[in-house]
Design a protein around this ligand. Structure first.
Ligand code: NAD
Ligand code: DAU
Length: 345
């Protein structure tokens, strides 16, 4: 029986990972430490809330006393908890530094006192490499960090702490650098669910700048498989890119979603760009592929499955479009949409 301490398990990827782990491994035991910020939704784990193998602890990864209490129970740590939305990091960077850097340090400090721990899997991001253009070589794990947003700088800071704990304390940390995930239960502030739910409500889809920015869309279940593999086959001290080679522009993604839902492309609006917007990310994922992982979902399957999940689950996303979200939406998009350029095909 293996015990997992998962942080941020009520969020998008964390909840998918816990469901994946408990379905695949009957003897696994999971403690989910989550603060339940605006991004955490206990509903994401309603399917396992009564399962004896699952325990939820509401708390902050920056709380050293709580983390030290939970850590000795764990064979594995899977660290997802973070502030994750780039746009919010432009509005308010402080909470990103607090959680993504200081919170990671707090977990590492407790982990180094825990001889039982077999692996600490730190979930970083492809954004630590900074902007990559189609004409550049794809990022490899030894490339330098050139983060350009408060979010990616905070993630880079957390990851740097991990690397220091490997060299200094021989902590068995493995680092994942995944691409842009999509799939069930992603918060509707993120691009694909925002486009999907806005289209379902016949509301405009805000596209930043010219919409030609490129992201690699990785289906979250493929990501969970990769993380599971790294927990057991990843080398301590090593980082692993996780990409699906499903690159598309944001405009192509929005058009594809509208076509799938049989909604008019005229719902697209070009709005003021994100400050410091990275034009693209490209990962060379040869290292994890050499361990035997490859994604099962191409671009089409990734978006189709995701859109279908939102279509089938209005009871999940309609309550998230609440007054708190409306306030955020107004702040983020009110002026932008008032000054938007229309879609001309
Ligand atoms: P999310 O925003 O959906 O969920 C984050 C979760 O962390 C929430 O449940 C929130 O309540 C919790 N949390 C936040 N601060 C906390 C704190 N101080 N203490 C305890 N819990 C806290 O995030 P996500 O999209 O699932 O991302 C998970 C991880 O994967 C993050 O580390 C993110 O940087 C990384 N990542 C995400 C993507 C992506 O496309 N979503 C891609 C690459 C890497
Ligand atoms: O690449 C990995 C990263 O992917 C993760 O580390 C982050 O946690 C995760 O949020 C995601 O970051 P992005 O900035 O790529 O995701 P987001 O969904 O916010 O935006 C995707 C693209 O869509 C990006 O180029 C910005 C653009 N966009 C986004 C929003 C919200 C728009 O054009 N309009 C929008 O309204």
């Amino acid at each position: 029986m293996s015990k997992y301490l998962v942080t941020g398990g009520c969020g998008f990827i964390g909840s998918n990972f816990i469901l994946h782990l408990l379905a695949k491994n009957p003897s696994a035991r999971v403690i989910n430490l989550d603060k339940l910020t605006y991004a955490g939704n206990p509903e994401n784990l309603s399917d396992v809330s009564g399962d004896d193998r699952y325990r939820f602890v509401q708390g902050d990864i920056c709380d050293a006393a709580l983390v030290s209490e939970l850590m000795p129970e764990a064979d594995y740590v899977v660290h997802f908890a973070a502030e994750t939305h780039v746009d919010r990091s432009l509005m308010e960077p402080g909470s990103f530094i607090q959680t993504d850097v200081f919170g990671t340090y707090t977990l590492l400090e407790a982990a180094r006192q825990s001889p039982r721990l077999k692996r600490f899997l730190h979930v970083s991001t492809d954004e630590v490499y900074g902007e990559v253009l189609p004409t550049d070589a794809a990022s490899t794990e030894t490339d330098p960090f050139l983060p350009r947003s408060p979010y990616s700088a905070s993630k880079a800071g957390g990851e740097m702490q991990c690397r220091a704990y490997v060299s200094t304390y021989e902590l068995p940390v493995v680092i994942a650098r995944p691409a842009n995930n999509v799939g069930p239960r992603q918060h509707i502030e993120k691009f694909v669910p925002l486009c999907t739910t806005n289209a379902l409500c016949d509301e405009p889809l805000p596209i930043y700048g010219d919409g030609q920015q490129v992201r690699d869309r990785l289906f979250v279940e493929d990501h969970c498989e990769a993380l599971d593999l790294l927990l057991h086959e990843g080398e301590p001290g090593e980082a692993y890119n996780i990409g699906a080679d499903n690159q598309r522009t944001n405009l192509e993604v929005a058009e594809f979603i509208l076509d799938l839902l049989e909604k008019p492309r005229s719902l697209i609006r070009f709005v003021e760009d994100r400050a410091g917007h990275d034009r693209g990310y490209y990962l060379n994922s040869g290292k994890i592929r050499s361990l035997g992982w490859s994604p099962s979902h191409d671009f089409k399957a990734t978006i189709e499955k995701t859109v279908d999940w939102y279509l089938q689950n209005p009871l999940w996303w309609e309550p998230v479009r609440d007054a708190r979200f409306a306030e955020y939406y107004q702040q983020q998009y009110g002026k932008r949409l008032a000054e938007a350029r229309p879609y001309t095909g």
